[in-house]
Design a protein around this ligand. Structure first.
Ligand code: AMP
Length: 294
């Protein structure tokens, strides 16, 4: 495994999404999909995940294009994971309409020898037991950046705490932080997370930007203004993967946050992964320059 590769573990699926811009069925999605495309722009990505034999060839081509190594992308007999969501008018809230685990139900990741040597791991949103499973197979001492969702806070709290205790940087959105730490005060919540193990917590606050808390530093980052929000799905995954690709390059935390913010800003401009595939370098740089850091 290359020193600057990121091992990405997460869901790969087909999403049915309803927003105020309409409804789309069976879009290529999943946390690992958004993350691979976002990080894959900047650094080599080694992907860990599972798909069914109904997975479209078009999706496989995307992974071949954006990932450096797909040895641990398993193809099983059965249906690919499917998820359906409907967004509220505010675009920050959404209802899950269905979750069909398909081949995820019996997925036990088994890392190839190469991937066991990972230096950087992005545990994108997936069941915490699978996240732990991957960490336990690594015989290196990787830097671990973890994302999660409210479902796991509410249903597998203890397993999630175990993942967090092995995490260097936790990415979490504002409402999830409140659920995890049972306080509405972000600063107090961040301190509680740091007591759980991570050296740093990045709080994603949707259209209000993001904050980084560590023992001795607080950073606040704005958003890309005037962005058209067509479909917010995958914004968190694109942010997280952009963020970790910056860490791999040795960027400062604030510049990593700016990169994550810009990748998320592209993600939300069209349904599914579409807008992530068409990012022009000059547009990327223009957006990076527009981000305020305080
Ligand atoms: P985000 O919008 O960043 O929360 O990520 C959205 C992606 O998460 C979608 O593409 C879904 O396929 C995927 N997803 C939804 N529910 C789950 C779940 N329970 N476990 C793993 N991935 C999920």
């Amino acid at each position: 495994m290359k020193n600057n590769s990121v091992l990405i573990v997460g869901s790969i699926g087909l999403d049915t999404i309803e927003t105020s811009f309409g409804k789309r069925k069976n879009l290529l999605g999943g946390s690992a999909t958004y993350a691979s495309i976002s990080a894959g722009r900047f650094c080599p990505v080694n992907l860990v995940g599972v798909i069914g034999n109904d997975f479209p060839d078009e999706g496989k081509l995307i992974f071949k294009k954006y990932c450096d190594n797909i040895d641990d992308l398993r193809i099983e007999n059965g249906r690919t994971f499917r998820w359906g969501g409907r967004y509220h008018q505010n675009n920050d809230d959404r209802d899950t309409l269905f979750t069909d685990l398909g081949v995820f139900e019996n997925f036990k990741p088994k890392l190839s020898d190469i991937n066991k040597k990972a230096n950087w791991i992005f545990l994108a949103n997936i069941h915490p037991t699978l996240q732990i499973d991957v960490l336990q197979q690594c015989n290196s001492s990787p830097k671990v950046i973890t994302d999660t969702m409210n479902l796991w806070i509410n249903t597998t709290y203890d397993e999630l705490l175990s993942v967090i205790s092995h995490t260097n940087i936790l990415l979490i959105n504002e409402s999830e932080l409140v659920e995890l730490t049972r306080t509405t005060d972000l600063e107090k919540g961040a301190k509680k997370v740091i007591d759980m193990g991570p050296e740093n917590v990045i709080i994603k606050c949707g259209s209000k930007g993001s904050m980084s808390y560590s023992k001795d530093n607080v950073i606040s980052i704005g958003v890309v203004s005037d962005c058209k929000v067509v479909d917010p799905t995958g914004a968190g995954d694109s942010y997280g993967a952009g963020f970790i690709s910056g860490l791999v390059e040795g960027l400062s935390i604030s510049n990593c946050m700016a990169r994550g913010t810009v990748m998320a800003s592209f993600c939300i401009e069209d349904f599914g992964i579409q807008a992530m595939l068409d990012i022009e370098e000059d547009q990327y740089l223009k957006r990076i320059k527009s981000i305020t850091i305080t």
